[in-house]
Write a protein that binds this ligand. Structure first.
Ligand SMILES: [Zn+2]
Length: 503
């Protein structure tokens, strides 16, 4: 196929400004036969490497957990693979990296309609989070991880603030491990209910543990799943705005003492910066900066309401920011300043957010919405583009999470996705990156590879029983909703709103 050869350049034409701090050696393989475990060949290889090469056709060789070569099929013809996959008619892309999720929310998908921001938390999510058991969290997380793997997600940064004892936190870790996805569970740290939280309706049940208990439980989870684990644990103070300042500080200390990173929500609803300013006399981002908490180990979800100074501080410290375009519309929070934050230097990754506010584990949907949201907000067709969306979903997310992945290049972790392009909605193909971002869906993924292992192919996850997981999630969801009354309250609210405001 000549499409990308014409428009992108078959080899070596940059399609986006490279990230200067990353250097990758692209090895051209020639000479005597070399062994590898898996050879993907004949597809359109969208590398998202330093030169943003698109090789059509191309090939990727994998040995153990690493990519060992990327090139044309001819350049890789000397490889003798244990398994060779003909990827003709497909795209081969880096695994998609989800930078903010709440897998435990999966049993409540579809509820909480019509609530937003603090009300959504106080009336829906916190009661749900307070009631969920370890078994229910695992059922939700397993369902979500299966859905994500099927849609080409290879890494998830999960912010777990349901029940957060050691067993419940590890139940989510184990669900991701069962499916084979890599990533992080940032253990939600609530601590004592602050005045800000109480004033805005957070129930006292959100405060299960003292600050010291929160740190001890988190430290124990981190000990059991240290930074080198396929799924590790980080501290995840629930929200910079309503988690106690000292507990946020100590959470960051805990992360740094273990060589880990940390994760939190920051300034999602419009009211949050002013709420914080009123309570503490400073906006959240400058406070974190003054305390030395920002940096590459800080990963903050949303940041939809940041002013120019906030943007400059997040940028100069290379802080990670998780962009959640679907949930930002659903809640609705607003539009993240994507161009400003990236221009300032912030490390931006893309994210689905939880199943109760993002609704699908589909990074393809997020890539498309990432662009469209910026365009409709600015009325500028150049506000973002397909290449940027793919970059955020791959190498941007990998940088945010500290993964040696996010591009198809020799030496990188073998997190790779094959997308079937032989489908009517993906034809004609004139520019593969645009096809992937604007036309493809998660259900077009044919194969998901994590750490060199195929975890999804032939329409099913290879490690787990999908039908059993779906049945378990359905049964657990019905039990939980009945127990909490959340379904009844949600339906009653919807019915009354329809009566008041007939369509
Ligand atoms: Zn969230």
């Amino acid at each position: 196929m000549e499409a990308d050869a014409t428009l992108d350049g078959a080899s070596g034409c940059a399609y986006h400004r490279p990230m200067p701090e990353e250097t990758v050696d692209i090895t051209t393989v020639t000479g005597p036969p070399r062994a590898c475990d898996l050879l993907l060949t004949g597809g359109c290889v969208v590398t998202v490497d330093d030169d943003r090469r698109v090789l059509d056709p191309g090939a990727v060789a994998i040995a153990a957990d690493r990519i060992v070569a990327v090139g044309t099929p001819n350049e890789l013809a000397t490889f003798r693979a244990a398994r060779t996959v003909d990827c003709s008619g497909s795209a081969i892309i880096p695994g998609l990296v989800d930078c903010h999720n709440h897998l435990f929310q999966g049993l409540a998908r579809g509820l909480g309609e019509g609530l937003g921001g603090w009300r959504w938390l106080a009336e829906f999510m916190w009661p749900y989070a307070g009631a969920i058991t370890a078994q229910e969290s695992q059922a939700a997380a397993l369902l979500g991880a299966i859905e994500a793997a099927r849609a080409g997600t290879t890494a998830i940064l999960d912010h777990h603030y349901g029940r957060t004892d050691v067993a419940s936190t590890l139940a989510v870790v184990e669900a991701m491990e069962m499916v084979g996805i890599r990533g992080v569970v940032a253990r939600g740290i609530a601590g004592p209910l602050t005045d800000v939280g109480a004033t805005h309706g957070l129930p006292a049940s959100t405060s299960r543990y003292t600050a010291q208990e929160e740190l001890d439980i988190t430290a124990e989870c981190m000990r059991l799943r240290p930074a080198w684990s396929r799924v590790s644990v980080w501290p995840g103070p629930i929200n910079v705005v309503y988690t106690d300042q000292d507990l946020v500080r100590r959470s960051v200390d805990l992360a740094r003492s273990a060589g880990a990173r940390w994760h939190s929500h920051c300034c999602a609803p419009r009211s949050d910066p002013s709420i914080y300013l009123e309570a503490y006399g400073v906006r959240p981002v400058p406070w974190m900066h003054s305390e030395g908490l920002l940096g590459t180990d800080a990963t903050l979800a949303h940041c939809t309401w940041v002013d120019d100074r906030d943007v400059a501080l997040l940028g100069e410290t290379r802080t990670g920011v998780s962009y959640c375009p679907v949930s930002n519309q659903y809640m609705p929070y607003g539009v993240m300043r994507l161009r400003d934050l990236r221009s300032a230097g912030a490390v931006v990754g893309l994210a689905t957010d939880g199943s109760a506010c993002g609704h699908r584990q589909d990074m393809f949907e997020c890539m498309k919405q990432a662009v469209l949201l910026q365009r409709v907000h600015t009325l500028d067709p150049e506000a973002s583009n397909a290449e940027e969306a793919l970059e955020l979903a791959t190498r941007g997310g990998a940088r945010l999470q500290g993964l040696d992945a996010g591009s198809l290049a020799s030496g990188k972790l073998a997190d790779v996705v094959v997308v079937d392009l032989e489908r009517p909605h993906l034809r004609p193909r004139t520019r593969t990156v645009a096809t992937l971002v604007y036309s493809a869906r998660g259900s077009d993924v044919a194969m998901t590879i994590v750490n060199g292992e195929v975890i999804f192919e032939n329409g099913r996850c290879t490690r787990v029983d999908e039908a059993a997981a779906m049945a378990e999630a359905q049964a657990r969801s019905e039990e939980l909703i009945l127990r909490t009354g959340l379904g009844h309250r949600s339906r009653a609210r919807q019915e009354s709103s329809f009566i008041q405001r007939p369509l």
